[in-house]
Ligand binder design. Structure first.
Ligand code: SF4
Length: 329
């Protein structure tokens, strides 16, 4: 069953440049349905709008970012609620219904207090923590469940490695057992070993809490190891969506093919080709299919018309004229 849906979602940065208002179309007409108990990955190159998309799904929309159209629904008590109509009530469901893991742990952990104090600040504004000894026990049990040493609760953030700080941030974001976790490049700034630990931790959490994780990362290797389904974003739009195995085994969109083709494989010494050129500016995106200036299969209509996301089977959608009904390959 779906737990979160976005319909025709458009979120633009409205910028005043030289006295003229310009739109950076970071999220441009997105329709997605995310299921309960799945890890939904969002992939794409830097600057494609994926971080803006999850911020918008989380309701973290502040100027210059504006939702110019569309809706985001959460399923709460078996009812779909449009989060942009919840106003103040949205704040009250943050962290116990939906939580957010940002890219940098230091934007969550207070650098001048011990970790346990960050927990008190954080959960104290959401639940009654007057019985601190019981809560301390709960936090320690949560740490044990996640395989984290409880002694870090009495450390300062600067005494921990970057990887450990990020795992503590994840523990903090999950202490109230949220139904949905949105994670923005949670392992990107870490070394390979710490990265693996963070990914393993997210997997464990999903297994234990049976919740939904929406994971943004440009790293297709991370998606391969953790995501159940993947949406590929390009220049503010979703261009392909399918179960992970299908994305890797039979990618359809030319851009997805480049992303998969550029991945290193053990024992494969062949030359890897990435997509030619660079991603377009979202301030002035190409007409028609936004990928057309980089696409080796572009046709005349690609320069003029925008391809819709169509289903190629019950679980696989792609936005490319090569897959319109008349031209099905
Ligand atoms: Fe390439 Fe055209 Fe497909 Fe866009 S619609 S990806 S330009 S073939």
């Amino acid at each position: 069953m779906e737990i979160l849906k976005a319909e025709n979602l458009k979120a633009y940065y409205l910028l005043d440049i030289g006295g003229k208002l310009h739109s950076v179309r970071a999220v441009d007409d997105i329709n997605i349905s995310i299921k309960e108990n799945e890890i939904y990955g969002i992939a794409g190159e830097s600057g494609c709008g994926k971080s803006t998309l999850i911020k918008t799904l989380y309701g973290m929309v502040e100027p210059p970012l504006n939702v110019v159209d569309g809706k985001v629904y959460y399923r709460i008590d078996n009812e779909y609620k449009n989060i942009f109509s919840l106003n103040g009530a949205l704040e009250s469901i943050r962290w116990n219904y939906i939580s957010y893991i940002p890219q940098g742990s230091m934007s969550v952990l207070n650098p001048v207090v011990k970790i346990i104090e960050s927990f008190w600040d954080f959960i104290g504004s959401r639940v009654d923590i007057s019985d601190k000894s019981t809560w301390r026990k709960n936090i320690e049990e949560h740490f044990a469940l996640l395989g984290l040493p409880t002694k870090v609760l009495d450390a300062y953030p600067h005494q921990l490695s970057g990887g450990m700080r990020q795992r503590v941030t994840i523990a903090l974001a999950t202490i109230l057992s949220p139904k949905i976790i949105v994670a923005d490049e949670p392992s990107t700034a870490l070394d390979v070993v710490a990265q693996r630990a963070v990914i393993q931790l997210l997997k464990e959490i999903q297994k234990n809490l049976k919740n939904t994780i929406i994971l943004v990362t440009h790293d297709m290797g991370v998606h391969a190891s953790i995501s159940d389904r993947i949406a590929i974003m390009y220049a503010g739009k979703i261009v392909e969506e399918a179960p992970t195995s299908e994305i890797f085994e039979s990618p359809r969109h030319p851009y997805t093919k480049y992303l998969i083709g550029a991945l290193p494989k053990i024992g494969d010494k062949s030359y890897k080709v990435s997509a030619p050129g660079a991603p377009p500016s979202l301030l002035n995106s190409p007409s028609g299919c936004r990928f057309h200036p980089r696409c080796s299969q572009a046709m005349e209509e690609c320069k003029v018309n925008v391809p819709e996301l169509i289903s190629v089977n019950s679980e696989h959608r792609v936005a490319c004229f090569l897959y319109s009904k008349e031209r099905e390959l």
